[in-house]
Design a protein around this ligand. Structure first.
Ligand code: ADP
Length: 193
């Protein structure tokens, strides 16, 4: 079972993805996190990828697909995942099925208005001091989220996937309850642990 969590930066997608993984006993995987770890380990692919993410650009598909494939190969015994940050562009959309170890059950999209995104990111940048949270990188990531990643939602719908769209402006626990409600409403497979 696979649940993909999508949404712009600052929408709280990582928080929700983690909560979902915990509640349903699934493995959480964040592609952004893998990228940062690869760089910290001075891995060659990680060093190459950083040139892109530091500027807020998407890391090229060939690198991402390699990284994601490797991750699933390493965790071959696990089949249930909550995935944060993949796919993000049409190229990744095309290869996602061959990369994933099981069927996609649902796509959760967390929506957030532009002004709220900016407000949250300014606050987060002061606390986390993430390398890719300069004003320019944030602006570029938002542009890509809107123009490249967001249109994938329609592709998922056109291809018959179950898409759950939620409002990202309330408190995290309210968003989480709403996501779980929708997941359990239609997914007899999903039962909290
Ligand atoms: P955010 O979702 O806020 O951008 P992440 O930690 O998920 O934060 O990702 C950080 C960066 O890693 C992205 O801005 C992008 O450069 C890169 N990245 C993550 N996932 C992908 C992906 N699937 N394809 C290409 N680049 C990615």
């Amino acid at each position: 079972m696979i649940i993909i969590v999508m949404g712009p930066q600052g929408s709280g997608k990582s928080t929700q993805a983690r909560l979902l993984a915990e509640k349903y006993g699934m493995q959480f995987v964040s592609v952004g996190e893998i990228l940062r770890e690869l760089f910290e380990d001075q891995n060659q692919v990680g060093i190459e990828a950083r040139q892109y993410w530091i500027k807020g650009e998407l890391v090229p598909d060939d690198l991402i697909v390699k990284i994601v494939k490797e991750f699933f190969n390493k965790h071959a015994q696990e089949k249930d995942y909550v995935i944060d940050g993949f796919p993000r562009d049409p190229g990744e959309y095309v290869v996602m099925k061959e990369v994933f170890p099981s069927e996609i059950d649902a796509i959760v999209y967390i929506n957030l208005a532009h002004d709220l995104i900016i407000k949250r990111l300014k606050k987060r940048a002061q606390i986390e001091k993430r390398e890719d949270e300069t004003e320019e990188a944030i602006r570029r990531r938002l542009e890509i989220a809107q123009n490249v990643t967001f249109p994938l939602l329609q592709k998922f719908k056109d291809d018959g996937y179950r898409v759950i769209e939620v409002d990202g402006s309330p408190a995290p626990e309210i968003i989480f309850n709403e996501i779980c409600f929708h997941l359990e409403e239609t997914h007899t497979l999903i039962k909290p642990q």
